[in-house]
Write a protein that binds this ligand. Sequence first.
Ligand code: GUN
Ligand code: ZN
Length: 441
Amino acid sequence: MRLYRATLMHTPENAFTAQDALHALDDGGLLVGEEGTILACGPFAEVRAAHPRAEVVDLRGGVLLPGFVDTHVHYPQVRVIGGLGMHLLEWLDRNALPEEARMADRAHARAVAHEFLSALAANGTTTALVFGSHYASAMEEFFSWAQDTGLRIVAGQVVSDRLLRPELHTTPERAYAEGRTLIERWHGVGRLLYAVTPRFSLSASEAMLDACGTLTREFPTVRFTSHINESPREIGTVRDLFPAARDYLDTYERAGLVTRRGVLAHNVHPSDRELGVMAEHRCSVAHCPCSNSALGSGLFPLRRHLRAGVHVSLGTDVGGGTGFSMLKEGLQAYFMQQLLGEVGEPLSPAHLLYLATRAGAEALGLEETTGDFSVGKAFDAVYLRPPQDSTLDTVLRHSDGPGRTLAALFTLGTQSDVDRVWVGGDEVYARSAAPEVGVRA
Ligand code: GUN
Ligand code: ZN
């Protein structure tokens, strides 16, 4: 057994509904068993007294948080982060899709998988819902390396049959067959799960969405993810392509894809009907504020989602987004709500931590496993320790309480402040060690 001693913070309840959602211990103790499960969480002195023989890991000097949960991030886009100056559809054509076509090359796909998974771990992300590649071979490389890293990864092959570029298109039959093979090979293996992933209704015919619906019915524990209501031109095109659909959500609804297992990214421009149906079916929305800013998609109506009862988590949307940092994503979510003025939802530091951790675990149906430091959960954690004399270090040393400390972490924290990261008690990243996670025999 190990006893981690640290200043620790977590949000074991929904910060939008619970009072005093931020649980913080200035000198905390987290007891972790051999299986990587949290056995006790409390003031260090108390946990120590009850478990005098546990090996102490001294993490004083920084802050221990639950590992971040990124609920929307694209594996094949790590090399094209920073394609600024375009809106969504032009950005896809000019920036993202040419790189996604290169993933047909298996060696390229393997190298990108290493870069991508290393970047997640180095940013303190321990669980991610990952938009995959259009190529099954690239997904084999990805899952294989993901398993070695020890990260919790929910991912799927992306499928489309129109309006991208021909080499990225498949057929509903082939999408079904390849999806089935990947699910049987990887879903539930170690910490991996599969997500059925049509790219978006713009690039997926009704027959393709039906094939996706069939997979989710045949495999009732796989997840589903896609994009929705991101930019006005995209929404207009989807309307033209599905004249019989009531709205964008209806294109997924008709295929039986709007369920508790679903996470739809963006939803910047929803109708009230769509929000009502998402709430009723408990389908989540991944809010990606850096991407929405970079691509000029719009200001996310968080308050309308919350009032309608729609569950919201956070995603970096790499490479439409600006990087892997969930701290930056939280800060940008805060900015957006500030900019919305009276219709914005003011976000406290506790809201930001909840959105970056537990809310994501809930979206993925993994809240019994990860997302906070409650007893019985896996020890999935990120230890943030700013370099001495950095601005963040200065602010933390002068903080007058946990709320200020957390606000400073979201405002000033970057990848350089991530010192160590664990998943299920296994260390998956250490700043002082080699930059890549995982060891392959
Ligand atoms: N919609 C369809 N594909 C994409 C993508 O790769 N990124 C974003 N932001 N939106 C999309
Ligand atoms: Zn996306």
